[in-house]
Design a protein around this ligand. Structure first.
Ligand SMILES: [Zn+2]
Length: 77
C-alpha cells in the first residue's frame, strides 16, 4: 500500500495533485469524448494521457475523433 499523500503530480505537462487521506487510494480515470457524435467513454487512465489528447477514432460513429475530455481520480473503497 502506498503511504504518500500526493500522487502523480505531473501528468502530460499538466500539474495535477490529488490529496489522499490515509488509507484512501485514488484510481485515475480518463474521459474520452467524440468530436462528431459526442459519445463519452470512461476508461482507466494510462500513463501518457493528458487532456485534449487525441486517442483514436470513435468506434460508435466511425468518423469522429476521440479526445480526452478530462482526467480525474476516483476514490477506491
Ligand atoms: Zn463518434
Amino acid at each position: 500500500m502506498r503511504t504518500d499523500n500526493w500522487s502523480w503530480e505531473h501528468v502530460g505537462g499538466v500539474t495535477m495533485r490529488f490529496f489522499k487521506k490515509k488509507n484512501e487510494v485514488l484510481d485515475p480515470y480518463a474521459v474520452e469524448k467524440c468530436s462528431s457524435c459526442n459519445k463519452i467513454v470512461k476508461r482507466k487512465f494510462v500513463e501518457g494521457d493528458y487532456v485534449f489528447k487525441a486517442s483514436g477514432k470513435c468506434t460508435a460513429c466511425g468518423t469522429g475523433q476521440l479526445m480526452i475530455d478530462k482526467i480525474f481520480g476516483e476514490l477506491v473503497k
